[in-house]
Write a protein that binds this ligand. Structure first.
Ligand code: ADP
Ligand code: MG
Length: 311
């Protein structure tokens, strides 16, 4: 049975460098093509941590060299660049993989903006470290210029930005129209470019939207049947990394909420995935979320592996 599926790709789907990304994308294209080959309608969202980090670093090096010629590049612009660069690799590797299987499909990447609430409590407590590591002195100078800074796990000081919740996908109408026409769309890269409404203008803001939450918003807006979060583990575990670790195959939203409350899922990695899965699965009867390994997408949707969250 054909399903409408939103896939959220994690860091392992795209690698950490330019060279790694193309190779990783070829592998990722196989997993996506497996689902398309089975007749499913697929929309692809993805993370952009290493990519936007690289772009931001490159642009800030330019600024350091000649600030008059190269004024600072806003994080929102870096995010847009990363969507283009990642989408370029994904759409081309997927195109080839499908043609190799005798499947002809229109595939395109859509630069996606996601509106956030300027009053989101996340702005009071920035949590996402971005950009290069700095000494404490450098960081303090940076702070004087109006940036928030944070010590990052003993490795040095970094700029830190807020991670507000996605409210509205600005280009949702275009994404929906393409999906309904049978096209494959890559959208909401890096969680989308965070923007706020200012009258008729959209203002890009320095923040990072979690790609798992953005994918959840996208899946709800597209009335998808499935949200599939593809990551570096085959299943979700309780007591993760401890001797009594236990892999989970199926969770009701109520069970998942209870485990979230008990602190089984690491903030910033597994927690947003389980939260996104719960939100999607409880948003309408019949909706399901699956968290599994990139290479296991096909097996997962057939019910043979992964962690399924349903109401
Ligand atoms: P992605 O780039 O796909 O978003 P993350 O690294 O952010 O991946 O999150 C996935 C990681 O979360 C897994 O590789 C695993 O190391 C970690 N993790 C933390 N808690 C759990 C848990 N309870 N069960 C499974 N994995 C967990
Ligand atoms: Mg992650």
């Amino acid at each position: 049975m054909s399903k409408r599926i939103v896939i959220a790709l994690g860091g392992n789907a795209l690698g950490n460098s330019l060279k790694e990304q193309f190779a990783a994308a070829q592998n990722t294209a196989k997993a996506i093509a497996d689902l398309i080959e089975e007749g499913h309608q697929v929309v692809v969202a993805h993370g952009n941590g290493p990519q936007v980090g690289m772009i931001n670093l490159a642009m800030s090096e330019l600024t350091a060299k000649d600030p008059d010629k190269y004024p600072p590049t806003p994080l929102s612009v870096c995010g847009a660049m990363s969507q283009g660069y990642i989408g370029y690799d994904l759409q081309n590797t997927l195109r080839t993989e499908l043609l190799d299987r005798g499947i002809r499909k229109e595939i395109s990447t859509l630069i996606t903006q996601v509106a956030v609430d300027p009053e989101d409590p996340a702005f009071k407590q920035p949590t996402k470290p971005i950009g290069r590591f700095m000494t404490h002195e450098e960081a303090l100078k940076f702070q004087e210029e109006g940036y928030a800074i944070m010590e990052d796990a003993g490795r040095g000081w970094r700029r830190v930005v807020a991670s507000p919740k996605p409210r509205e996908i600005i280009e949702i109408g275009s994404i929906g129209a393409m999906v309904s026409s049978g096209h494959i769309v890559i959208a909401c890269g890096g969680g989308g470019i965070p923007v706020i409404h200012q009258g008729n203008r959209l203002k890009g803001i320095p923040a990072v939207i979690d790609k798992d939450f953005a994918s959840c918003r996208l899946a709800q807006d597209l009335d998808a049947d499935y949200l599939i979060i593809l990551t570096a583990v085959e299943k979700v575990a309780i007591n993760f990394g401890k001797p009594d670790q236990q892999w989970l195959s199926q969770l009701t939203t109520a069970e998942a909420r209870k485990l979230i409350g008990e602190g089984h899922f690491a903030p910033g990695s597994m927690l947003p995935k389980v939260e996104a899965a719960v939100e999607f699965a409880s948003s309408k009867p019949g909706r399901r979320a699956l968290i599994t390994l990139l290479e296991k997408a096909k097996e997962g949707i057939a019910g043979r592996t992964g962690t399924v969250v349903c109401d």
